[in-house]
Write a protein that binds this ligand. Structure first.
Ligand code: MTE
Ligand code: MO
Length: 203
């Protein structure tokens, strides 16, 4: 007699695959890493790269590439979910937490617009960017982030659909009023929670 078969029969159903509980509704898993870009890939030399926090802040903050590299770095292992239905499990990034960047910034703002080389923007509530929920990532799988995937640095906000994770990001603007970004003014949901399938306005 096979004990495994007996216990399986006893419970009366197959065990759910582990991915079941981690895959948001309407998503499928990919092993590769698709590239989704609305325009050409910018190539900003690192010598010209800066990262800026501005808008409704007591004093804007700005880092050069060198200064940015000197900030405390974190390794993030996370699942990512694109609104076009693909998800990828266990992606590994390195970057700087938004908490680190906002440390010491005085603001009454409740919203953020992330802005990128090439003109892309994405809006998020400030509270979705803090408490270890968002990073500026500059490495993927232990290698410098490839330009196609947003290098030299991109926003990483894995708990929202991946369009919020602006590639080639150059700054965060803190705002008192919400300001829909590139895809949000083109019909994507303003918030974009993959677990609630907030793909489009009205979802
Ligand atoms: N600057 C910029 N950021 C962007 C995009 C873009 O077109 N431009 N596409 C978004 C979308 S829709 C997705 S799914 C992810 C794709 O990231 P990837 O190309 O690294 O997979 O980047 C997001 N960030
Ligand atoms: Mo996407």
């Amino acid at each position: 007699m096979n004990a495994r078969l007996i216990s399986r029969g006893f419970h009366g159903r197959r065990q759910e695959p582990a991915e079941g509980k981690n895959l948001p509704p309407g998503q499928y898993l990919v092993e590769d890493f698709p590239v989704l870009s609305a325009g050409p890939t910018p190539h900003t030399p690192l010598a010209n790269w800066t990262f800026t926090i501005d808008g409704e802040v007591d004093e804007p903050k700005r880092w050069t590439w060198e200064e940015f590299q000197a900030l405390p770095r974190e390794t993030i292992t996370t699942d990512i979910h694109c609104v076009t239905h693909w998800s990828k499990f266990g992606t590994v990034w390195e970057g700087v937490s938004i908490d680190t960047l906002l440390d010491g910034v005085e603001t009454a703002a409740s919203y953020i617009v992330a802005y990128s080389d090439g003109g892309y923007t994405a809006n998020l509530p400030l509270e979705d960017m803090t408490d270890g929920q968002a990073w500026i990532a500059y490495a993927f799988d232990g290698e410098p982030l490839e330009p196609e995937h947003g290098g030299p640095a991109r926003l990483l906000v894995p708990h929202l659909y991946f369009w919020k994770s602006a590639k080639w990001v150059r700054g965060l603007r803190l705002l008192g009023e919400d300001e829909p970004g590139f895809w949000e003014v083109r019909g994507y949901h303003n918030y974009g929670d993959p677990w609630k399938e907030q793909r489009y306005w009205g979802d």
